[in-house]
Design a protein around this ligand. Sequence first.
Ligand code: GLN
Ligand code: ZN
Length: 774
Amino acid sequence: MTTHAFPKGTILGYPRIGRRRELKRAVEAFWAGSIDAAELEARAAELRAATRERLAELGLERTGSAIPESFSYYDQVLDTAVAVGAVPPRFTRFLAADGEVDLAAYFTIARGVGDDAPLEMTKWFDSNYHYLVPEIGPDTVFELHPERILSEFAEAKAQGFLTRPVIVGPVTFLLLAKAAEGAPAGFRPLDRIADLVPVYARLLDRLAAAGAEWAQLDEPALVSESFDESRDRVLEAAAVAYDALGASDARPSIFVAAPYGSLDGALPVLAATPVEAIGLDLVRGTFPAHLDPATEESLAAKTLVAGVVDGHNIWRGDLGAAFARAEAVQHLSNAVAVSTSTSLLHVPHDVADEAALEPRLVSWLAFADQKVAQVATLARGLIDGREAIETDLAGASAALADRAGAAGVRVPAVRQRLAALAAGDFTRASYDDRVAAQASLDLPELPTTTIGSFPQTGDIRRARARLVKGELDEGGYRQLMRDEIERVVRLQEELGLDVLVHGEPERNDMVQYFAELLDGFAVTQHGWVQSYGSRCTRPSILWGDVSRAAPMTVEWSTYAQSLTEKPVKGMLTGPVTILAWSFVRDDQPLGDTARQVALALRDEIGDLEHAGIRVIQVDEPALRELLPLKRADQPAYLDWSVGSFRLATGGAAPATQVHTHLCYSEFGVVIDAIKNLDADVTSIEAARSRMEVVDDLGASGFDHGIGPGVYDIHSPRVPSAVEVQALLERAVAEIPASRLWVNPDCGLKTRGYDETVASLEHIIQATRAVRAEL
Ligand code: GLN
Ligand code: ZN
């Protein structure tokens, strides 16, 4: 095979949801039946074409394999599962006779149907993106279905582009997978690497035949130490896979990208394989200080793709330092290219769309398009020398200096309060004393509650849109929200729930709502980022010192409480989640920023208590999400993250029942951290993984209140009362009923009312049945 030159500048991937969320609209219209598959395909093709044109306009080569084909209708891991034929048997009946997965079947696997649960969903490395978890068993038949990958490449070609197909690499694919149901104990998906690799090899051959010069295989799992698999086995699998893939002589050149951290020991392993290019994350990760001579020699013959432009945040950053980092790699190889450190999937499209942001703040920022331009600049620097890009580097440095000195970035009063904190500020009364003080809540066994939000109806969203447009005044808007709260409270009373919520109608988003009210934040208009499938979030920008100007939630919670005798849970978003789902300043330790946010929340909790709210939930669904991928970095992270939660809740009286909510159930290393949060009640996801978590919980020594979810709210499916009862019985068998709560997996905001009411009715019915058995 001929080795092709790698482009000097590239990106690992680009947002696929569209500048105005065109893909979300199209996909949801298809789900709703208002457009057909052909129309969805046409709109997606249009979006892909516009993306390629835009990337070329921003400076990536049209025909040099610089532009990645990183589109997905829903998720790149699902795409990979489909491409290698790894579709769980429960979905086989939706496939064509030849195993082909059409769009309808594809979305069925993603979203489930009837009693067939979708693939489980979980966080993608240390980001807020969620992927679908492949299910691999000893009998999973791998079979190549390259149609979509080939057709997107051909589509680009017809448009005049030579692009670079991107697929999740085989090692990462198997590490992200879970063992299929019925797999024998001890089976690991990675056991199947030798069976999977030939399918990848055939895919590469097909791509070469179609004219692809380079293919990108994403192997972020090689930087992570968070898998339940020994590092040696992972490295061995990487060696086996890439030796085998490299052996073909009818393949494109292979670019293995390793975003999200240092490759460490995986670098010599990849270096020893025939792959032609290796992508290094030089933002989160570093280059190893010492390499053995054999590795140095092999790397010298490869392209090193220096990921020096941060794909994971929105700061314009220090471009000069980025360039220096790329230049430093040049002593290892003559072929150095620059790229983003990760896919740009994690950032919004374009700061130029943010007309309402302060121009000064805008000058400190870079979204996806600006990052692509930065890559193009740095690539020019590699070719023509630093002088050629000196003006761009100086511009970035000037913006950085301006930011450091701007008002609001450092606020003395906030800093003094932080400096005065003492150990006692992080600790509540003992759990036993709190349990005694909270008996006055007078709750039944297996108390039922929800996670906070009720469906965000079209009416609610329209009211907010009208408020934003000025068609509805503040008073009119507040009245509509109060009406909604009243409806939600009445509904919960009718259903017979024990601890009520106000339903969060006033929250556009659980983080943005607070960001809009706190000092130190800015919010964007179009800064949407894909969270999973068609779901997007609009992270706020935390740019300065954080403080609370006035109470943020008290009015809504007290109004809800005024309507009922039952306790209403106050609802706050925790400091770690506020950080995780915002774009956070990078000029001070995250722990300092988290404690600033915590103090603002602490004041809010005090105000809620004074106003008569007796149960307060502080959501921390992102606690695990920010967990560093490298073990050595985890203790320090857990220390500041848990500490900030404790600081936020540490002022609550013993009689105030503090709840927290986490959106996942794989505790592993974080179980001790969850215990250390010291919340009175913790609700977690469990339905989607069919209550598997209660075994771990039982064994973990966790001894506070716990609510493992019994309703998977990620899918429109309504669980039957019988099914919920079975889940609860499983939970009661492991966890004392006195500590067990009954709740859905997560908030209900994305669900419709019909399915919500039916599901909650079933939950109440099942709870009553199980209570009767106690
Ligand atoms: N209270 C939030 C809600 O119900 C929690 C959401 C979350 O954890 N993601 O919507
Ligand atoms: Zn949740």
